[in-house]
Design a protein around this ligand. Structure first.
Ligand code: HEC
Length: 140
């Protein structure tokens, strides 16, 4: 019996060694060392602006603006037909709320160019003021 045990054990050891060796050989090429892009994580690319605008859209003034035709001519941060709301916010202060609300209702031109804003006669003064308060809140 002993004569059989030793060669069997040696065969087993060889099998184990060759298996563990071939196992290592299979795992060694697996490492994918391309961390060169690791430092350019995509997170910093995300600009904070959309994040800043999202909570603002809960503003009742923004809801009114969204529900009216304003955004056809105005954008928050870019001139379309009318000036951007950020530009309007930079030009005026709280003391202009009344006058600006009146302008939205009556329409008019001259403060930003020759293109007139259409009148919004159906709009109540309170709602117009609410819109202006939101626009002025965009002041940077
Ligand atoms: C037909 C396009 C148009 C629509 C619709 C429109 N606007 Fe305007 N808006 C303009 C233009 C053009 C001006 C610049 C007027 C000027 O030069 O005085 C302007 C100016 C303004 C101003 C600044 C006014 C001033 O005297 O500086 C505010 C505030 C404003 N719009 C808010 C609104 C709101 C709120 C609405 C929606 C109820 C609205 N706009 C809808 C075109 C539009």
């Amino acid at each position: 019996m002993k004569a059989l045990v030793i060669p069997t054990a040696m065969i087993l050891i060889w099998v184990l060694i060759s298996m563990s060796c071939s196992g290592k050989n299979e795992t060694t090429p697996i490492p994918i060392p391309e961390p060169s892009t690791g430092q350019q994580a995509p997170q910093p690319v995300v600009t904070p602006e959309p994040v800043a605008i999202t909570p603002v859209s809960d503003d009742p003034g923004f809801k009114l603006i969204e529900g009216a035709d304003c955004l056809a001519c105005h954008k928050i941060d870019a001139k379309v037909i009318g000036p951007s709301y950020q530009d309007v916010a930079a030009k005026y202060t709280e003391s202009d709320i009344d006058q600006l609300a009146q302008k939205i209702i009556e329409g008019g031109k001259g403060n930003w160019g020759d293109i007139p804003m259409t009148p919004h006669e159906g709009l109540s003064k309170d709602n117009a003021k609410q819109m202006v308060k939101y626009i002025l809140s965009l002041k940077k």
